[in-house]
Design a protein around this ligand. Structure first.
Ligand code: UT7
Length: 320
């Protein structure tokens, strides 16, 4: 079976925007520091009535509308999140109920910032085996709920949001849809980026902890390596790529990774300035932004890539 095809995309952001200047009133930071070190200018922060499930549902509805298909034709929902509404059941099942899809498969994937790449690969594999014909792949997060708002080294970096993609099983044409994917994990790096709580350890939700500089160094190496792997596996050269849609953690990581591979900066989709790091939501959010503003067009060759806690990382090449 050939790779799954993207039928539509959608995204959703919380109503409330928080600028760097507003953050600087709460913690010892400045717009200058945040902009220069990360490229972030603002982030969306969920209000009490906005949760990972409500954002995911809104993004999924937008993706279904974009694809022009009804919710009941979806047989599989894979939702990537590190900030589920409840410890269980999976947030994907809440989304399934809200959309009114019945009878299909729905579950969450936990791979933090690379969660969407893991979810996409999982859904693509299940579609290839015939387990379902159409899937919703969602990345949705409310990281604001697990930030330590007194820790300036992390709280300025993240935002909330959701992005979704409708996938359909491939039709046999090997030149269309998802052409190649690589995923990796290295559990030895657990302590560089983690949450210091959880049901089985502290019985609390916990807060994000990160050794930023070390994560930065690993991110540039791992992302450029996995991009090269997917290019080699699919017999593609970097200059054939029309667009790269990276995980939006830091503008300097995007620049350094693109430079290492000789990819022109104008081919890299950047939303980190507006959304900050939305973890699993960042790649589908950026993909949706660039499709809706007309940059990414049908037939374009697009590389998605992400890296996050675990460490986990991956990349996927798609002919749109
Ligand atoms: O999504 C998963 C992947 N995550 C990432 O990829 C994040 C990777 N890491 C990064 O993006 C960067 O390492 C950060 C943005 C987190 C930090 O940037 P940096 O250039 O590595 O800064 P640093 O950690 O070396 O800190 C430099 C200085 C320190 O002060 P001293 O020790 O030089 O006096 C920090 O205390 O900046 C200080 N600092 C801040 N100052 C103002 C740290 N956070 C802030 C802040 N405002 N918010």
């Amino acid at each position: 079976m050939s790779g799954s095809r993207v039928l539509g995309t959608g995204s959703a952001l919380p109503r409330r925007i928080v600028t760097n200047a507003e953050l600087a009133e709460q913690v010892d930071t400045s717009d200058e520091w945040i902009t220069a070190r990360t490229g972030i200018r603002q982030r969306h922060i969920a209000s009490d009535d906005e949760t990972t499930a409500t954002l995911a549902t809104a993004a999924a509805r937008a993706a279904l509308e974009d694809a022009g298909i009804a919710a009941d034709s979806i047989g599989l929902i894979v939702l990537a999140t590190a900030t589920p509404d409840n410890t269980f059941p999976a947030t994907a099942t809440k989304v399934q109920a809200a959309l009114g899809c019945t009878g299909g498969i729905a579950f969450d994937v936990a791979a933090v910032c690379s969660g969407f790449l893991y979810a996409l690969a999982t859904a693509d594999s299940l579609l290839r085996t015939g387990m379902a014909k159409r899937a919703l792949v969602i990345g949705a997060e409310t990281f604001s709920r697990i930030l330590d708002w007194e820790d300036r080294t992390t709280c300025v970096l993240f935002g909330d949001g959701a992005g979704a993609v409708v996938l359909e099983a491939g039709t046999g044409d090997e030149t269309q849809g998802i052409l190649g994917t690589k995923l990796h994990a290295d559990g030895n790096q657990h302590d560089l980026l983690y949450v210091d709580g959880g049901p089985s350890t502290t019985q609390t939700v916990g807060h994000v902890r990160m050794r930023g500089q070390e994560v930065f160094r690993h991110a540039v190496v791992n992302l450029s390596d996995v991009l090269k792997e997917v290019l080699e596996d699919t017999g593609t050269s970097a200059d054939q790529l029309d667009w790269v849609v990276p995980h939006q953690a830091n503008a300097r990581i995007l620049d350094a990774t693109a430079r290492k591979l000789g990819i022109a900066p104008e081919k890299v989709i950047v939303t980190v300035d507006r959304h900050a790091n939305t973890s699993a939501a960042s790649v589908p959010l950026a993909l949706d932004v660039a499709r809706k503003d007309g940059r990414i067009k049908p037939g374009d060759l697009v590389m998605l890539e992400a890296m996050g806690g675990g460490f986990t990382w991956g990349a996927s090449l798609i002919r749109m």
